[in-house]
Design a protein around this ligand. Structure first.
Ligand code: SAM
Ligand code: DTB
Ligand code: SF4
Length: 348
């Protein structure tokens, strides 16, 4: 059975993915699905390279939204204390540390529904400073209003992260304070300002397989699809409404990564939240299935991430090397493959 358009590894990728086609990919025998995803991955990227990004919460907690998964929503008692926006110097210090540890991208996250213009001006200062360090810049600040995306772009922002989180039909069961369409509107502003998008979602929130397929369908049919696609596994935080949700079968998580790789062959697929609870073997399967980016450093925004020693050891065990900035997908870098020193993995 062929459920992948024959040109899916070519640069001009098929759009117009149907839900049934994506579900048929999910339903392939596990080994067939992983082999197919691995071949799409290899045709477009050097499979031994993994992008290394570091995340920093520049404004933590106290958020007015009601996202059912999020420890930073003020209305849930998660024991998290709220902090005001960090100073530019504090942020730059952390960015210098991230760079020294081997990160190539620095992502700044704020627990806002939507930033005020004066907050955007402060973050713009941070972005300019991080960019000047030679790092790729990414920010996730909530919904953007007119002019804000342009201000961020002008400051040097490369990527704006704004997740769809889940399928349109499941969205209303998780978040009530803003709509799926609001997310699409912000992503459109980001595109119009000339920035790249980092957009993905969360799995393991009690959604069905059809809904996981639905999330990937909306992402893959964006024109163009997001350059970065974070696949988060729900980190269950006591006090949030989704705490206690039945855990997703880890192999279903791997299938989701594999299908994301097939339907978005040129995007970076990031193994994002939830990695701390995954074994090295499970992560290796995710890399085989086409994941080629991670968050690196002990903390995500407020929850844990594998410590750097564990990730260095994982890279060494799997002969993975950090991806240099600006690798263009679709061009297998044989020079880099041969130059890579297995075992000399993370420069961190
Ligand atoms: N407040 C902004 C917003 O929501 O757009 C930016 C920060 S928000 C924390 C960024 C993303 O983190 C969310 O869209 C969600 O996908 C992810 N996230 C938050 N809490 C999570 C959790 N407990 N497990 C997995 N992903 C989570
Ligand atoms: C994304 O998709 N995942 C990151 C990043 N974008 C901002 C956030 C994960 C947050 C996990 C929960 C926490 O640490 O608070
Ligand atoms: Fe607020 Fe973002 Fe958390 Fe939603 S995901 S509660 S908007 S910080």
């Amino acid at each position: 059975m062929s459920v992948v358009p024959s040109d899916s590894t070519a640069r001009a990728v098929a759009t117009g993915w149907q839900r049934d086609t994506i579900l048929a990919l999910f339903a392939l025998p596990f080994n067939v699905l992983i082999a197919r995803a691995a071949s799409v991955h290899q045709a477009n990227f050097d499979p031994s390279q993994v992008q290394v990004s570091t995340l920093l919460s520049i404004k933590t907690g106290g958020c007015p939204e009601d996202c059912g998964y999020c420890p930073q929503a003020a209305r849930y008692d998660t024991g998290l204390s709220a902090h005001k926006l960090m100073s530019t110097e504090q942020v730059l210090e952390r960015a210098r540390e991230a760079k020294a540890a081997g990160a190539t991208r620095f992502c700044m996250g704020a627990a806002w529904r939507s930033p005020k213009d004066r907050e955007v001006a402060k973050v713009a200062e941070m972005i300019a400073g991080v960019k000047a360090l030679g790092l790729e810049t990414c920010a996730t600040l909530g919904m953007l209003k007119d002019g804000q995306a342009d201000a961020l772009k002008q400051a040097g922002l490369d990527y704006y992260n704004h997740n769809l989180d889940t399928a349109p039909e499941f969205y209303g069961e998780v978040i009530h304070t803003r709509a799926f369409q609001d997310r699409l509107d912000t992503l459109e502003q980001v595109r119009a300002a000339g920035m790249k998008t980092c957009c993905g979602g969360i799995v393991g929130m009690g959604e069905t397989r059809a809904q996981r397929a639905g999330l990937l369908q909306v992402l893959a049919n964006m024109n163009p699809p997001p350059e970065s696609v974070p696949i988060n596994q729900l980190v269950q935080v006591p006090g949030t409404p989704l705490h206690g949700t039945e855990a997703l079968d880890p192999f279903e998580f791997v299938r989701t990564v594999a299908v994301a790789r097939i339907v978005m062959p040129h995007s970076m697929v990031r193994l994002s939240a939830g990695r701390e609870g995954m074994s090295d073997e499970l992560q290796a399967l995710c890399f085989l299935a086409g994941a080629n980016s991670i968050f690196y450093g002990e903390k995500l925004l407020t929850t844990g991430n594998p410590d750097v020693e564990r990730d260095r050891a994982l890279f060494a065990r799997l002969d993975l090397v950090p991806m240099p900035v600006a690798q263009e997908p679709g061009t297998a870098h044989l020079d880099l493959i041969t130059a890579a020193q297995p075992g000399d993995a993370c420069t961190a």
